[in-house]
Ligand binder design. Structure first.
Ligand SMILES: C[C@@](CO)(OP(=O)(O)O)[C@H](O)COP(=O)(O)OP(=O)(O)OC[C@H]1O[C@@H](n2ccc(N)nc2=O)[C@H](O)[C@@H]1O
Ligand SMILES: Nc1ncnc2c1ncn2[C@@H]1O[C@H](COP(=O)(O)OP(=O)(O)O)[C@@H](O)[C@H]1O
Length: 267
């Protein structure tokens, strides 16, 4: 069985408060985009994990797919599986690639092993693997609060626009990005802000990680500015970076950026 875990972008990200457990409460809109890994799982006599494509730091046993398997196996007898992950979604990008793999693997296990877990059950497993992992279970645009794992409906359809994701040659650690951010409450509700025309979002919607991450990696801010120069109605860093995305009315010419970063068109 092969599935194709997709990436996400964050439309706005307000870091509201530091929590007693060390995490942060936030407010964001998660929006799925068309950049994919490929994840194959088949039942097999011995457990095996292999990956190809982009090198994943941390070793196989630390892979979130293996962690997902171990988590579910505490509650349910599982068959041994042979897993192959082809990694295409950039890492340290703010695109949630590792979380997507884990969530899609949970869904695969549910089917492969006839576990009959509901989406709520799967989300409960997912939130134990990573704060933004639960989003990928239903994988629809949502307004997320608390650790980024509590969802309310968000009506957002960007299909009439041309979305671009650009990944510079730097990687940002999520934990480092959170340690550099200053939490502050009292911003407008993102569910109201996204109702404005996209061209007005730049006055209303921000990503709180940009200030400190741009300071450390000016190349990311430069890239965001390049997307505006190329005609973006709205451009922002995604999550804790380093990827930036642009929302355009038509396909932009970004060929001058292709030497210094990886560009994903029409996502
Ligand atoms: C910033 C966001 C925005 O969508 O995404 P990315 O940019 O990483 O994709 C998420 O909050 C990332 O979620 P995720 O990458 O799943 O985080 P986790 O693995 O659970 O946590 C990594 C580390 O980030 C910090 N962390 C994460 C989530 C949160 N709400 N508060 C935090 O302070 C903690 O220090 C934690 O140890
Ligand atoms: N399947 C996976 N894909 C990517 N990263 C993984 C995976 N499993 C574990 N990781 C770990 O998660 C870290 C980054 O995860 P990722 O979700 O890609 O971050 P971000 O959302 O910030 O881009 C990597 O450094 C790696 O050690």
């Amino acid at each position: 069985m092969i599935v194709f875990p997709n990436a996400k972008i964050n439309i706005g990200l307000n870091v509201i408060a530091k929590r007693a457990d060390g995490y942060h409460n936030l407010e964001t809109i998660f929006y799925p985009v068309k950049i994919y890994d490929a994840l194959e799982a088949i039942t097999a006599p011995v457990m095996h994990f292999a990956s190809s494509g982009i090198n994943i730091p941390g070793g196989d046993e630390k892979n979130l797919c293996i962690k997902a398997y171990e988590l579910v196996s505490r509650d349910h007898p599982l068959p041994r599986v042979n897993i192959h992950l082809h990694k295409h979604i950039p890492i340290g990008a703010g695109l949630g690639g590792g979380s997507a793999d884990a969530a899609f693997f949970l869904k695969q296990l549910n089917t492969l092993s006839d576990l009959n877990l509901s989406d709520d059950d799967l989300e409960n497993y997912a939130r134990q693997l990573g704060a933004d992992c639960a989003f990928f279970i239903r994988n629809k645009p949502v307004y997320a609060t608390q650790k980024g794992d509590v969802f309310k409906e968000a009506e957002l359809d960007l299909t009439k626009y041309y979305l671009v994701v650009a990944m510079p040659d730097v990687h940002v650690s999520t934990a480092d990005a959170y340690s550099g951010v200053v939490a502050q409450d009292g911003t407008a509700d993102l569910r109201d802000s996204i109702k404005l025309p996209v061209a007005e979002w730049k006055h209303e919607i921000k990503n709180d990680f940009e200030r400190s991450v741009f300071k450390k990696f000016p190349v990311i801010e430069d890239l965001k500015n390049e997307l505006y120069k190329a005609g973006a109605l709205y451009a922002s860093m995604s999550g804790s970076g380093a990827a930036v995305f642009g929302i355009f009315e038509v396909q932009p010419n970004l060929s001058h950026l292709e030497k210094s970063c990886r560009i994903f068109y029409k996502v």
